[in-house]
Design a protein around this ligand. Structure first.
Ligand code: KG4
Ligand code: ZN
Length: 345
């Protein structure tokens, strides 16, 4: 197999991420610009501001990588799912650079990036494994047999885990992004004061539903409004319910597939309480839990460079059309759903 050095570009939401991954030498560099401070003022991501900021930041960020164009063998960019305007910035610049440099380009599925992020490490899982993807837009359990072979085992029917964290944080008066702030507050909460439901755990299946927890939090807050410590206690009860639910479903997914290893990726996988409690699930299955390094749990360019490199090595090439998809099911992503053109280098 020949070596390949790939530039990766991530612009699906509120982080501009770039990286260079070399199939022989590993990750050569990465840089990230977070838009969190800009969106915080509005209490959430403003799509049009996100697109404009990617336009402003992407090229200067690429310069930070300090590479010479002749060394790049391919370009990978996030082609979906995500905010359509934001995606178009990365896709247009990525596609244009590949054309100018005379190298192939490939559009990467954002969730494929997340689920392959632990593969950036020297010590990494072997296929097959079960992946729990917990981000702001998705909660999914996926059977991963190899790169590109993904079987969706279950997913959230309504809010994603990260979205539920963010919405509950908002009603507790915490800023954006709420997930990490809620997690910090939960550390001070009394675990025994409230018990929130563990949605969809008492029936078979691997799907999730998190939107009811937010309603439960609203009602609890209304009933106990003036009591001391109420915010921290609600944060704790909410976080415990999400974590218990994720644990129950991961245990079930490992049992049903007969697999032993579990990869946990996406923004919520940075949650310390989740990490400390998930260990037992892999122990029971006789396997291991694998996480991306903390900075690659949330959105970044490295995971896109890695996933794109694997796809380019497998011979995938995008046509010159700049194509992105706001919605794009991962399980359909066998090979690649975007238009391919094998005549392009
Ligand atoms: O993967 P990601 O960076 O972006 C998406 O693809 O959505 O995930 C962002 C999500 C947000 O909902 C954020 O609140 C959540 O991950 N998150 C956390 C933590 N860190 C990030 N949720 C709970 N605890 C954390 N420590
Ligand atoms: Zn993400």
């Amino acid at each position: 197999m020949f070596a390949m050095r790939v530039l990766g570009i991530e612009t699906s939401c509120d982080e501009t991420g770039v990286a260079i991954f070399d199939s022989e030498l590993g990750l050569l560099g990465h840089a990230l610009h977070s838009q969190v401070a800009m969106h915080a003022e509005y209490g959430g991501v403003v799509p049009e501001l996100a697109s404009r900021d990617h336009v402003r930041k992407l090229l200067p960020l690429l310069q930070e990588l300090n590479f010479s164009a002749e060394t790049i063998d391919g370009v990978a960019y996030t082609a979906g799912p995500g905010l359509i305007g934001a995606l178009l910035v990365g896709a247009s610049i990525g596609r244009a650079l590949a054309w100018a440099w005379g190298v192939p380009a490939v559009g990467v599925h954002h969730m494929e990036g997340h689920l392959l992020a632990p593969m950036l490490e020297v010590h990494r899982p072997e296929y097959p494994f079960v992946a729990l993807l917990v981000s702001g837009g998705h909660t999914q359990l996926v059977r991963v047999d190899e790169v590109g072979q993904y079987l969706l085992l279950g997913e959230s029917l309504d809010d994603a885990a990260g979205e539920a964290f963010d919405k509950t944080a908002k009603l507790l008066g915490l800023g954006y992004p709420g997930g990490p702030a809620l997690a910090r507050l939960a550390e001070h909460g009394d675990p025994g004061r409230f018990r929130f439901p563990r949605p969809m755990t008492n029936r078979p299946g691997l799907d999730f539903s998190f939107s009811g927890l937010k309603t439960f939090a609203i009602n609890t807050l209304r009933e106990h409004q003036d009591e001391s410590g109420i915010h921290a206690d609600i944060a704790r009860a909410f976080q415990d319910a999400v974590i218990d639910t994720l644990i129950i479903k991961c245990r079930r997914a490992l049992r049903e597939t007969g697999l032993r290893d579990l990869v946990v990726a996406g923004g919520v996988s940075a949650n310390c309480a989740l990490r400390s409690r998930l260990g037992v699930v892999a122990d029971e299955a006789g396997g291991k839990i694998w996480y991306p390094r903390p900075e690659f749990c949330t959105d970044n360019g490295a995971m896109i460079a890695y996933a794109g490199c694997q796809r380019l090595l497998a011979g995938e090439r995008q046509s010159l059309a700049i194509e992105v998809m706001a919605r794009w099911p991962l399980a359909r992503n066998q090979g690649n759903d975007l238009k391919e053109d094998r005549s392009l280098r």
